[in-house]
Design a protein around this ligand. Structure first.
Ligand SMILES: C[S@@+](CC[C@H](N)C(=O)[O-])C[C@H]1O[C@@H](n2cnc3c(N)ncnc32)[C@H](O)[C@@H]1O
Length: 265
C-alpha cells in the first residue's frame, strides 16, 4: 500500500513538474545499467595508473585558477605529460572556457587549436555576459594557440584537413554532444598514434559519470574499444594506442599513488 501511495505521489509530481522526468532519465544508475546492458562494462573502464604514465617525471601545472568549471590539477598534468610525449605535438581541443587546459598544453606542444561556441551565440542563448567574457582569458594572445569559433556538433572538421596527436574532448557534457564530438574526432582528426582524452568521465576520480561513458562507448569505433581506459586520480578517460598495463577499476586509495603539491600564488 505504501509503495502504491509513493507511486501515486511520484506520478502527480511528474504531472505537475514534467522536468522531473529528466532526473529519472539522467540518473547515474540508469546510465550505468544502459552501459552494462549494451557494452558489459557497468563497472567502468579499466584503469591506467597516473604514476605509470608520468614515469617519475615532475610536472608543473600553470595556469590554474582553482575556480568553478575547470579541470583538476591532475587532468592538466596528464594533458601536459601526453603532449610532451610527442615531438612537436599537435593538440586539438573542444571546449576552451577560460583557456586553462589549452594554455597548459601550449607550454609543451608545438601547435594548439581550441574550438568553442562563438560569444554571440552564448549571449543569444541567455548566458551571463560575465561568464562569456572569461572565455580564452588564459589562452588569448598565445602565439601557438589558434582559437576557432563554432559549434562542435556541426563544425567543418574536414575543412581543417589536418590530423592531431592529442585531442581533448571537453565541450558540452550531454550524451548526444559527447557522442557526436567523439564521432567527429575519430572520423576527421585522428591518425594511428593519436591519443584522445575525454574530460568528465568521472564525477570525482573513481566515481564514474556513466552518461559520459555511454557516449564514449557509442562514439568510439568498436575497433578502438580495447584502447579505452580511465586514468586514476583524474576525471579523464583516454583512448591510447600503446600496449599499456591496466587494472580493474577501484575507488580504493593507494599510498604509493599520492602526490606532492607546491602552490605559488
Ligand atoms: C568544461 S568547459 C571547457 C574547460 C576547458 N577545457 C579547461 O579545462 O580549461 C566547456 C566549454 O565548452 C563550450 N561548449 C559547450 N558546448 C559547445 C559546443 N556545442 N561547441 C563548442 N563549444 C561548446 C562551453 O562554452 C565551455 O566553454
Amino acid at each position: 500500500m505504501k509503495r502504491l501511495h509513493k507511486l501515486y505521489r511520484a506520478f502527480v509530481l511528474i504531472l505537475k513538474k514534467p522536468y522531473l522526468l529528466n532526473k529519472i532519465i539522467d540518473d547515474n544508475d540508469a546510465w550505468q545499467a544502459r552501459v552494462q546492458k549494451e557494452y558489459g562494462n557497468g563497472g567502468g573502464l579499466r584503469e591506467l595508473r597516473f604514476h605509470d604514465l608520468a614515469g617519475g617525471v615532475e610536472v608543473s601545472v600553470k595556469p590554474f585558477s582553482f575556480l568553478e568549471g575547470g579541470s583538476l590539477p591532475t587532468d592538466l598534468a596528464l594533458l601536459r605529460l601526453l603532449a610532451a610525449g610527442f615531438e612537436d605535438c599537435k593538440y586539438f581541443e573542444i571546449g576552451t572556457w577560460r583557456g586553462e587546459s589549452v594554455a597548459n598544453v601550449a607550454e609543451v606542444a608545438k601547435d594548439c587549436t581550441t574550438l568553442n561556441l562563438p560569444a554571440g551565440e552564448m549571449l543569444e542563448a541567455g548566458l551571463d555576459p560575465a561568464y562569456v567574457e572569461q572565455h580564452a582569458m588564459f589562452s588569448r594572445g598565445l602565439p601557438n594557440v589558434l582559437h576557432l569559433e563554432g559549434n562542435s556538433q556541426t563544425f567543418d572538421y574536414a575543412g581543417l584537413n589536418k590530423k592531431y596527436d592529442l585531442i581533448f574532448i571537453d565541450g558540452d557534457h550531454h550524451f548526444e554532444s559527447i557522442n557526436q564530438d567523439t564521432q567527429n574526432v575519430f572520423k576527421h582528426l585522428v591518425h594511428d598514434q593519436s591519443i584522445v582524452v575525454w574530460h568528465d568521465y568521472a564525477w570525482q576520480p573513481g566515481n564514474v559519470r556513466y552518461e559520459t561513458l555511454a557516449a564514449i562507448m557509442g562514439g568510439v569505433p568498436e575497433t578502438f574499444h580495447k584502447n579505452l581506459y580511465a586514468v586514476r586520480n583524474t576525471l579523464c578517460a583516454i583512448c591510447h594506442p600503446g600496449d599499456l598495463r591496466s587494472q580493474k577499476p577501484s575507488v580504493v586509495a593507494k599510498k604509493d599513488e599520492a602526490f606532492e603539491i607546491r602552490l605559488k600564488a
